[in-house]
Design a protein around this ligand. Sequence first.
Ligand SMILES: [Zn+2]
Length: 448
Amino acid sequence: MEEKNKNNRTIPLQALNALQEEESMRREEHAESSSSGASFHSEEYQYFFPDEFEKGLHISEAERENARRLIRRGGIRLRQFYTGTETFSRTNEVLGEALFTLSDPSGYPVPYNLDMIFSRTKVIVSRCSMPDCIPREDSRSYLHRTLCVHETAGLLLAEDYLREHPELDATTPDMSRFMRDVESLRGTNLRHPEDSRRVMLRMEPLLSLLSSGTLLLSFRIGASRMYKIRDLEEFLNNMTRRQEMAFGKKTVLKMSPDYLDETSLQWYRFFVAARKADQSLRDSLADAGSRLPEKPDSIVLSGYTLDNFLRTAEGRTMQLKEPGEGSRQITVSGEPYSPHLDLKPDIHSETGALEGVILSGRLPRLFTGAETACCLAGDKLYILKEEMQEGLESLYQAASYQYRLNMRVGRIRMGEFYHKILPALRQIADIHEEDPDLINGYLPPEPY
Ligand SMILES: [Zn+2]
């Protein structure tokens, strides 16, 4: 193709021959030494041929000296040379573009531009926007006119630049950027993240009840195996800085909220908010000269933190550790809760007479937050909604030590109790009646 079009060829014959020679050499070598690894001759390869740029431009020695003077006094500076511009490219050739900054004699940049586009062997387009240079011929037929002093200086600068940067080839700026970006991914395994330390993490809550009645929450984290978080402050720091954290002797996990699954992420958000609330509570207590015991591995569930915990935990099952007992699984339930109470005849042990009825039972342990409360009954931690709380409150107030209820109704007020109080009590509690037929015989008709 180059041979057919001799008058308009883009690569000088000599340079082209050298390239072709090198290519055939490389292919032979590759064929010989394909097993021992091919050797590269990048130093022999050249994309731009700056020595060819001035051919046919007829730059006089005086013009060249003028241009050098302009460069010496700082009137022109090469701002950028990049490959990949496609403007005016008739062939498939990647062109180079040079952008220059022009300055006035005092060294102050002027708002005029010089922009030159090069093929591998010559200047294709040059645009100097200095007022004295513009009203020339059409810039596209540039090759047939003389260069202004800025263009001559620009040409000299571009030549020097390309001689100093023989590594410049047809790599385009977008590819350069892309290569830089992709290189930074080396060493990570994006398709199989479980192979690296970027494993998906699970975060689980652990409840524990102190003998003082305080409910504490701590967390476990891990991938295949779960580890208790011993220092929540350190954990929070590692999470926010996306750092690695060691567990046990062998395990190192990379921490990041991004690696948490959906449920774990909800727990993490709860934890961050609780940590903040805990800190401000400690601060205000410290101001008042008091302090909370330091628990580096757990959060006290009280106030709004308990409310938030119940919101996050509803419907979920987790481990609970109780004082003097082992651990068991409990479910945080949003179902309505009713305590079980017994109602039985109060019969005198000596006379055998009915003296009234006894209401007894044991209420579950109650935990109160700012807006919600919960109670622990069996294998469930029941969330008590506001209207439920009101009814239960009177029962809790009537209870004695350890939430025990043991109240007697005398025989004279039995009618009042059965007709007025019991129907309301059934709304709050499940009542188990012992020997109801015996009691019915003593109840007056319903005048109340
Ligand atoms: Zn000019």
